[in-house]
Design a protein around this ligand. Structure first.
Ligand SMILES: Cc1cc2nc3c(=O)[nH]c(=O)nc-3n(C[C@H](O)[C@H](O)[C@H](O)COP(=O)(O)OP(=O)(O)OC[C@H]3O[C@@H](n4cnc5c(N)ncnc54)[C@H](O)[C@@H]3O)c2cc1C
Length: 336
């Protein structure tokens, strides 16, 4: 366990926002986590900082989880059960699964952040959500110190959502996640346009999980800004789901509006299209904020922007989308 005071968080959040933490604790073992919660209750839990916008200094004790460990705890002919410590880097774990020929999370390659955070917003990309591979989630209750195990149903997963983002937000530390991964009959998800296209370009007819992961890495690297170079937090907003009545009014006025019918009365509209239609895509502002030129869902810290300035831009986008489409965009990123 390491403790520091008055520490800059600039390199601990992918937006690169320069705020300070009064106290910063690094937990490298499960025992560190138990010891820390015995003494401190008012904690600010920080994984890879890739899904948060910091708008002010943090007065709580920042607990940065850096616990490590990947182990196969059970396997049969078809599945491997793998327990992974919360502080493992998500993408490195994905690469580990590919090396072991364990399938299920190859489409989620290159998503930044830690394994411990992956269930919180049920990370997803290219037609796959992590919930479909999570067997259980291990937690420590911050108030009582009790350990608890949540099975998949108890996690209450939804689109970019789970119980850890709602009822249990700030109440538990996720210490490890146990994944159920395929060993033989991998269920490849390659129908998503960009993946199918990438495999076609490489003339791969019968892709392996490694081929799919490599296709995803190539697509993401070409499309999304690398937070090491340009501060960002990936998709800033969720894709809104509207009812049929609103959808029919909108499609009358905006005939080219892309949409996906989820259920009879639920239609998903890409937030990126809404934002682009309001003229924000590719904009750079004097306060150092902006909207990425290739992906309008991604807000950017181009030049020493403050968290408050990025939040103000997000609110401006929400107001413009509401005004033009009568749709309330929801923020996906955790705002502090
Ligand atoms: C370039 C880029 C691309 C992205 N693409 C995607 C994408 O395709 N799909 C997607 O779903 N997301 C995407 N994201 C968002 C982000 O990568 C994920 O949400 C990721 O799971 C966040 O992990 P983290 O460790 O950085 O969490 P943090 O940002 O550190 O924390 C997020 C929240 O979880 C809490 N938390 C973190 N760890 C724990 C823990 N162990 N126990 C309890 N609470 C905890 C924090 O307190 C905070 O509230 C992207 C982000 C970036 C920057």
């Amino acid at each position: 366990m390491k403790l520091s005071e008055n520490k800059s968080l600039k390199t601990y959040n992918t937006f690169g926002i320069a705020v300070n933490a009064s106290r910063f604790m690094l937990a490298e073992t499960f025992f560190d986590l138990q010891t820390i919660i015995k003494n401190k209750k008012n904690l600010f839990i920080l994984g890879g900082g890739s899904n948060m916008l910091l708008t002010k200094d943090v007065e709580q004790t920042v607990l940065h989880i850096a616990t490590k460990g990947i182990k196969i705890i059970n396997e049969d002919e078809d599945f491997a059960y793998v327990e992974v410590a919360a502080g493992e880097v998500w993408h490195e774990f994905v690469l580990w699964t590919i090396d072991h020929d364990f399938g299920g999370i190859e489409n989620l390659a290159l998503i930044p952040g830690s394994v411990g955070a992956c269930p919180i917003q049920n990370i997803g990309a290219y037609g796959v959500e992590v919930k479909d591979t999570i067997a259980t989630v291990k937690t420590l209750n911050i108030e009582t110190g009790e350990e608890a195990i949540f099975d998949n149903a108890a996690c209450q997963f939804g689109y970019r959502d789970s119980i850890f983002k709602n009822d249990l937000k700030g109440k538990v530390i996720i210490t490890a996640v146990i994944f159920k991964l395929t060993k033989k009959k991998h269920q490849l998800k390659t129908a998503y346009g960009a993946i199918a296209n990438e495999l076609r370009i490489k003339a791969i007819d019968e892709p392996t999980i490694r081929d799919v992961a490599q296709a995803v890495i190539a697509i993401r690297s070409a499309k999304l800004p690398d937070p090491k170079e340009i501060g960002n937090s990936g998709s800033f907003f969720k894709n809104p789901v509207v009812d049929k009545v609103l959808f029919e009014t909108l499609i009358n006025d905006f005939t080219d509006m892309p949409h996906y019918v989820l259920e009879e009365n639920k239609i998903k509209i890409p937030a990126a299209w809404l934002i682009e239609s309001c003229g924000f895509k590719g904009q750079k502002y004097k306060d150092g904020t902006g909207v990425h030129h290739k992906q309008a869902l991604v807000l950017i810290n181009y030049d020493n922007a403050t968290g408050e300035a990025i939040l103000a831009l997000a609110n401006k986008i929400q107001a413009a989308v509401k005004e033009k489409f009568d749709i309330a965009l929801q923020i996906e990123v955790n705002i502090f």
